[in-house]
Design a protein around this ligand. Structure first.
Ligand code: ZN
Length: 212
Protein backbone atom coordinates (compact mmCIF):
# COMPACT_ATOMS: atom_id res chain seq x y z
CA UNK A 1 0.00 0.00 0.00
CA UNK A 2 1.19 3.51 -0.77
CA UNK A 3 1.17 6.30 1.81
CA UNK A 4 -1.84 7.79 0.03
CA UNK A 5 -3.75 4.52 0.31
CA UNK A 6 -2.87 4.25 4.00
CA UNK A 7 -4.17 7.78 4.58
CA UNK A 8 -7.42 6.91 2.83
CA UNK A 9 -7.90 3.77 4.87
CA UNK A 10 -6.81 5.40 8.16
CA UNK A 11 -7.65 9.14 7.81
CA UNK A 12 -6.02 10.00 11.17
CA UNK A 13 -2.65 9.30 9.49
CA UNK A 14 -3.10 12.21 7.09
CA UNK A 15 -0.96 15.28 7.81
CA UNK A 16 -1.16 17.43 4.66
CA UNK A 17 -0.11 17.85 1.07
CA UNK A 18 2.73 19.79 -0.50
CA UNK A 19 1.93 23.27 -1.87
CA UNK A 20 1.70 22.00 -5.43
CA UNK A 21 -0.49 19.11 -4.31
CA UNK A 22 1.73 16.40 -5.73
CA UNK A 23 3.04 15.03 -2.47
CA UNK A 24 1.21 13.74 0.56
CA UNK A 25 2.55 13.78 4.10
CA UNK A 26 1.41 11.26 6.69
CA UNK A 27 2.39 10.24 10.21
CA UNK A 28 4.10 7.23 8.68
CA UNK A 29 6.96 9.65 7.89
CA UNK A 30 7.62 10.02 11.64
CA UNK A 31 7.06 6.37 12.51
CA UNK A 32 10.39 4.55 13.04
CA UNK A 33 10.86 2.28 10.03
CA UNK A 34 11.23 -1.07 11.80
CA UNK A 35 8.27 -0.49 14.08
CA UNK A 36 6.08 0.54 11.18
CA UNK A 37 7.05 -2.65 9.38
CA UNK A 38 6.45 -4.89 12.41
CA UNK A 39 3.14 -3.58 13.71
CA UNK A 40 2.30 -0.13 12.28
CA UNK A 41 -0.69 -1.14 10.24
CA UNK A 42 -2.04 -3.44 12.92
CA UNK A 43 -1.94 -0.57 15.40
CA UNK A 44 -3.79 1.68 12.90
CA UNK A 45 -6.39 -1.03 12.31
CA UNK A 46 -7.15 -1.27 16.03
CA UNK A 47 -7.39 2.52 16.41
CA UNK A 48 -9.65 2.80 13.34
CA UNK A 49 -11.91 0.12 14.81
CA UNK A 50 -12.37 2.32 17.90
CA UNK A 51 -13.08 5.40 15.78
CA UNK A 52 -15.67 3.47 13.76
CA UNK A 53 -17.45 1.96 16.75
CA UNK A 54 -17.12 4.49 19.58
CA UNK A 55 -18.61 7.97 18.95
CA UNK A 56 -16.35 9.37 21.69
CA UNK A 57 -13.31 8.46 19.61
CA UNK A 58 -14.42 10.47 16.56
CA UNK A 59 -12.14 13.43 17.38
CA UNK A 60 -9.02 11.29 17.69
CA UNK A 61 -5.91 12.82 16.15
CA UNK A 62 -2.18 12.24 16.37
CA UNK A 63 0.00 15.10 17.66
CA UNK A 64 3.44 13.51 17.69
CA UNK A 65 5.15 10.17 17.06
CA UNK A 66 8.66 9.47 18.27
CA UNK A 67 11.06 7.13 19.99
CA UNK A 68 11.81 7.92 23.60
CA UNK A 69 13.83 5.84 26.09
CA UNK A 70 13.81 3.00 23.57
CA UNK A 71 10.08 2.84 23.08
CA UNK A 72 7.44 4.16 20.70
CA UNK A 73 5.57 7.20 21.96
CA UNK A 74 2.41 8.37 20.26
CA UNK A 75 0.96 11.60 21.64
CA UNK A 76 -2.66 12.08 20.67
CA UNK A 77 -5.68 14.31 21.12
CA UNK A 78 -9.32 13.25 21.43
CA UNK A 79 -8.24 9.88 22.74
CA UNK A 80 -10.37 7.41 24.71
CA UNK A 81 -9.28 4.96 27.42
CA UNK A 82 -9.50 2.15 24.92
CA UNK A 83 -7.25 3.96 22.41
CA UNK A 84 -4.77 4.82 25.19
CA UNK A 85 -4.63 1.10 26.02
CA UNK A 86 -3.86 0.29 22.38
CA UNK A 87 -1.08 2.92 22.29
CA UNK A 88 0.34 1.65 25.60
CA UNK A 89 0.34 -1.91 24.31
CA UNK A 90 2.39 -1.04 21.21
CA UNK A 91 4.70 1.19 23.20
CA UNK A 92 5.39 -1.77 25.50
CA UNK A 93 5.89 -4.18 22.58
CA UNK A 94 8.24 -1.78 20.74
CA UNK A 95 10.87 -2.13 23.50
CA UNK A 96 11.75 -5.55 22.09
CA UNK A 97 11.31 -4.94 18.37
CA UNK A 98 14.26 -3.68 16.30
CA UNK A 99 13.63 -0.03 15.47
CA UNK A 100 15.51 -0.41 12.19
CA UNK A 101 14.48 -3.75 10.64
CA UNK A 102 11.41 -4.73 12.67
CA UNK A 103 12.72 -8.04 13.97
CA UNK A 104 10.82 -9.04 17.15
CA UNK A 105 12.33 -10.46 20.36
CA UNK A 106 15.50 -8.39 20.34
CA UNK A 107 17.05 -6.99 23.52
CA UNK A 108 16.84 -3.40 24.51
CA UNK A 109 20.38 -2.13 24.04
CA UNK A 110 22.25 0.07 26.41
CA UNK A 111 25.01 1.82 24.58
CA UNK A 112 25.22 5.21 26.20
CA UNK A 113 21.51 5.48 25.56
CA UNK A 114 18.67 2.98 25.54
CA UNK A 115 17.54 1.72 22.17
CA UNK A 116 15.90 -1.35 20.73
CA UNK A 117 18.25 -2.46 17.95
CA UNK A 118 18.98 -6.03 16.90
CA UNK A 119 22.66 -6.87 17.02
CA UNK A 120 23.04 -6.89 13.19
CA UNK A 121 21.48 -3.46 12.77
CA UNK A 122 23.48 -2.12 15.68
CA UNK A 123 26.78 -3.27 14.14
CA UNK A 124 25.74 -1.91 10.75
CA UNK A 125 24.92 1.41 12.40
CA UNK A 126 28.38 1.61 13.99
CA UNK A 127 30.04 0.63 10.71
CA UNK A 128 28.07 3.34 8.92
CA UNK A 129 29.21 5.93 11.44
CA UNK A 130 32.80 4.79 10.98
CA UNK A 131 32.53 5.03 7.19
CA UNK A 132 31.12 8.51 7.61
CA UNK A 133 33.93 9.59 9.97
CA UNK A 134 36.44 8.24 7.47
CA UNK A 135 35.03 10.51 4.73
CA UNK A 136 35.12 13.58 6.97
CA UNK A 137 38.52 12.90 8.55
CA UNK A 138 40.29 10.61 6.05
CA UNK A 139 43.69 10.96 7.73
CA UNK A 140 42.61 10.23 11.28
CA UNK A 141 43.02 6.71 12.55
CA UNK A 142 39.66 5.12 13.26
CA UNK A 143 39.23 5.35 16.95
CA UNK A 144 38.33 2.31 18.96
CA UNK A 145 34.77 2.79 20.13
CA UNK A 146 34.47 3.44 23.83
CA UNK A 147 32.99 0.82 26.10
CA UNK A 148 29.73 2.74 26.27
CA UNK A 149 29.15 2.15 22.54
CA UNK A 150 29.38 -1.62 22.78
CA UNK A 151 26.30 -3.72 22.28
CA UNK A 152 25.07 -4.41 25.74
CA UNK A 153 21.90 -6.36 26.24
CA UNK A 154 19.42 -4.86 28.58
CA UNK A 155 17.32 -7.83 29.63
CA UNK A 156 14.08 -8.32 31.47
CA UNK A 157 14.08 -9.65 34.98
CA UNK A 158 13.52 -13.18 33.66
CA UNK A 159 16.78 -12.93 31.64
CA UNK A 160 14.86 -13.00 28.39
CA UNK A 161 14.49 -10.43 25.66
CA UNK A 162 11.39 -11.95 24.22
CA UNK A 163 8.40 -9.61 24.11
CA UNK A 164 6.41 -10.50 27.24
CA UNK A 165 2.90 -11.87 26.67
CA UNK A 166 1.37 -9.84 29.47
CA UNK A 167 1.52 -6.27 30.67
CA UNK A 168 1.50 -5.85 34.44
CA UNK A 169 0.56 -2.48 35.84
CA UNK A 170 -0.50 -1.20 39.22
CA UNK A 171 -3.78 0.68 39.36
CA UNK A 172 -5.38 2.62 42.15
CA UNK A 173 -9.08 2.04 42.72
CA UNK A 174 -10.97 4.98 44.28
CA UNK A 175 -10.81 4.81 48.06
CA UNK A 176 -8.34 1.91 48.12
CA UNK A 177 -5.33 2.08 50.42
CA UNK A 178 -3.03 0.18 48.10
CA UNK A 179 -2.80 -0.35 44.34
CA UNK A 180 -4.02 -3.54 42.73
CA UNK A 181 -2.19 -5.36 39.99
CA UNK A 182 -3.79 -5.29 36.56
CA UNK A 183 -2.71 -7.85 33.98
CA UNK A 184 -3.42 -7.39 30.28
CA UNK A 185 -2.96 -10.38 28.02
CA UNK A 186 -1.27 -9.28 24.79
CA UNK A 187 -0.08 -12.73 23.69
CA UNK A 188 -2.16 -12.88 20.50
CA UNK A 189 -0.83 -9.51 19.24
CA UNK A 190 2.71 -10.66 20.00
CA UNK A 191 2.08 -13.97 18.20
CA UNK A 192 0.86 -12.10 15.11
CA UNK A 193 3.96 -9.88 15.08
CA UNK A 194 6.16 -13.00 15.24
CA UNK A 195 4.19 -14.70 12.45
CA UNK A 196 4.46 -11.61 10.26
CA UNK A 197 8.23 -11.40 10.74
CA UNK A 198 8.53 -15.06 9.74
CA UNK A 199 6.54 -14.41 6.58
CA UNK A 200 3.37 -16.28 7.56
CA UNK A 201 0.64 -15.14 5.10
CA UNK A 202 -1.96 -12.77 6.49
CA UNK A 203 -4.90 -15.21 6.30
CA UNK A 204 -2.97 -17.84 8.29
CA UNK A 205 -2.00 -15.52 11.12
CA UNK A 206 -3.58 -16.12 14.49
CA UNK A 207 -6.89 -14.40 14.93
CA UNK A 208 -6.84 -11.32 17.08
CA UNK A 209 -8.96 -12.15 20.08
CA UNK A 210 -8.18 -9.67 22.82
CA UNK A 211 -10.16 -7.01 20.91
CA UNK A 212 -13.32 -8.98 20.72
ZN1 ZN B 1 17.44 -5.02 13.11
Amino acid sequence: MTEKEFAEKYPFLFVGTSDDGTEIYTWIDSFPEGWWKAFGEKMCEEIQHEIDTDPEASEFCILEIKEKYGELRVYAGGSTNRIEEILDKYSFISRNVCIKCGKPDVPMVYAGWISPWCEDCWRENIAEQQRYLKTVHPDDPIEEYPESMHYEKFVHADESWKIPGEIHTKVWKPGADKPVERVVDISSTVAMIRDKSQGVPKNKRRKRDEQK
